[in-house]
Design a binder for this molecule. Structure first.
Ligand SMILES: [Zn+2]
Length: 353
């Protein structure tokens, strides 16, 4: 492809349709509500007389129509889908699979580590809104809770019933033996605690879900039950895929790009810079995750915190918290709790009296 063509295909990755990425493997971008992520890729694998899909898209009539149209170009329909192999429990990956299972009996598999989140969502005492509010209180972000209270309940509530238990829990290192290829399940906790990627060594492809994305840095631990030191786990999971032989990156959001290794290296550098900037924020006297988030710049456009909408401010506070947690785990800062709020301090200077 000429350079201009390459750039266009990168920019238009979310245009509806179906793209052949490897013999027997197709990328199908499906729409999402809102414009933040634009779309989610579902990968269709032709396997014998059926189809296996990596991720499913969000339960949404436009997403179903998009999937039907894409499969029709292969002379197939949704009833030909034998398995959904889902990378993680987020709604844009999981909920359409469960809706289609109800209708077609399709098998749904999910990483075993997500069982904690599935159980939490199914627990009626554990409403998602109060869960997020508790976490924000812990981060010192009480003013933000007020802003979020005024937002209409989001579509997440309508999707809640779709977080059913999968047919199979995928364990780390298990090989999913298809007739056309073997997919190795690799547990990559971080984005969520039970995130998995599927590695196709024969075809040199990594179905990466949201673990490695080409243009954005995945959020960390935005999930019903956040894990301890989630950023530390995420970075360990990055080095795990960095240690596999290099492969083409088949992400859930964004275009297919040639090298997993190249993108992992960029993400590692990004988090190193982010850790340094977060340390500086604490050194300037910003002690809570909320205060530190306000001292940092956000998105690739380096936006001030105040210009983000409340939902993105919430994500920014949580992102800051995981960086603070890792700095504390590394012994670079001290962590304490004051009036139910996390507070972080730089270490006292040695020898000062
Ligand atoms: Zn996603």
């Amino acid at each position: 492809m000429a350079q201009a063509e390459v750039e266009r295909s990168i920019r238009d990755w979310d245009a509806p349709g179906i793209e052949a990425v490897s013999p027997g493997v197709h990328r199908v971008p499906l729409p999402l509500p809102g414009d933040a992520l634009k779309a989610v890729n579902v990968y269709v694998i032709e396997d014998g007389d059926g189809l296996v899909l990596i991720d499913s898209g969000q339960y949404l009539s436009d997403a179903r129509i998009g999937l039907e149209r894409a499969l029709a170009t292969l002379g197939a329909g949704i009833g030909d889908v034998r398995d959904f192999l889902v990378t993680h429990v987020h709604r844009d990956h999981y909920t359409q699979a469960i809706a289609l299972r109800r209708e077609f009996g399709t098998r749904v598999s999910l990483g075993a580590g997500e069982s904690v989140s599935i159980a939490a969502v199914q627990d009626p005492a554990n409403a998602p809104i109060s869960r997020q509010h508790k976490l924000l209180e812990l981060c010192g972000a009480a003013p933000l809770i007020e802003l979020l209270r005024h937002l209409a309940p989001n579509e997440g509530d309508a999707l809640r019933g779709l977080f059913e238990t999968p047919d199979a829990w995928l364990e780390d290192r298990v090989v999913v033996d298809l007739s056309s290829r073997a997919l190795r399940v690799v547990s990559t906790p971080g984005h969520t605690r039970g995130h998995v990627v599927f590695y196709d060594e024969g075809a040199q492809l990594l179905f990466a879900g949201d673990h490695v994305l080409p243009h954005i840095t995945p959020s960390i631990a935005f999930e019903p039950v956040p894990s301890e030191n989630a950023l530390g786990r995420y970075l360990a999971s990055l080095s795990l895929v960095r240690n596999l032989p290099d492969a083409r990156l088949l992400p859930a959001h964004g275009p297919v790009v040639p090298s997993v290794h190249a993108r992992v290296d960029e993400l590692v550098v990004h988090h190193e810079h982010r850790l340094d900037a977060t340390f500086e924020a604490v050194a300037e006297g910003r002690h809570t995750p909320y205060e530190a988030a306000q001292g940092l710049r956000w998105t690739r456009r380096e936006r001030p915190f105040e210009t983000l909408d409340p939902m993105n401010q919430m994500l920014a506070v949580m992102e800051t918290k995981v960086h603070l947690d890792l700095l504390a785990a590394q012994g670079r800062i001290l962590q304490g709790i004051s009036d139910g709020v996390l507070v972080f301090e730089t270490l006292p200077v040695a020898g000062a009296s």
